[in-house]
Design a protein around this ligand. Sequence first.
Ligand code: F6P
Length: 324
Amino acid sequence: MKRIAVLSSGGDAPGMNAAIRAVVRTAIYHNIKVYGINKGYEGLIKGDVKQLSKSDVANIIHKGGTILKTARSENFKTKQGRKEAFAFMEAFEIDGLVVIGGDGTYTGAMKLSEEHPIKVVGLPGTIDNDIFGTDYTIGFDTAINTAVEAVDKIRDTADSHSRLFFIEVMGRHSGYIALYTGIGSGSSYIFLPEQENSLEEFTELLEKSNRRNKLFNLVIVAEGNTSGGAQELSKLVKEKLGEDIDIRNAVIGHLQRGGSPTAADRILSSRLGYHAVNALIEGQSNVAIGIVDKKVVYTPFAEAINNKKLPDENMITMAQILAL
Ligand code: F6P
């Protein structure tokens, strides 16, 4: 291994910079040249690249976003796009690639390494935590800390006005953020995409627990749940329970994707970046690097993509018991 490249792709996640820093510094330690690719796979196709030194990655461990920028590339989904990307890497004599992103990023990486003689490893970078082959993804811890902090603030108003609040958190296909935010903020109910949540059940619970008008309620809604978003749910519940119930909704949105990564995310990202380079040196390819039960594991991309990582059933039950 003489030259490697690193890129971030898909949605940004806090901790990506810490991972890039770890990749660059570990590679340089092993006398490997590192190239940073701008804007994910799009930059790989265009050859938008810059050699990175140790000092280029100084002062970034605490920064959210990604210094390499990111994009969701349509071109890279085509064989031709991947061919052009490989041609660029061949010209630059790049023999290893580290990609940081979610399952879309892994799919691109898998195809690239199957179609062309290039070693590719992936790091799980998404706030959603829905990647198989790792307990936690880069950015998840920061996202739930941001969400819990936001819910704590909303709690003040909910409590003062005895209001029911529907608070929507991110997670298009996954309830991890909602579940962990719900548990961490002591919410009354959580709408998850992985469960058949019924409005009936929720309103019955409210009535049963006698909290309807007396106390406040914080309800966490995962963006991807099937019953509707926070706005829709607050409308439906108002229609069902009558005008006298005081309901508001809030969407935390992209606030969850930004900000300085937590210590846990910086440490996870540093470990993953370090092990990504070690994996390439060992000759690994077509695998995602993760940490499961404190141990570093390599999961073939195909396995990481095809397996769903669902939130733990026991935690869902616990959240229900601790709620209303
Ligand atoms: O996958 C990360 C994520 O933040 C999801 O939780 C969310 O649904 C999506 O990205 C939003 O994507 P965009 O920033 O492109 O609107």
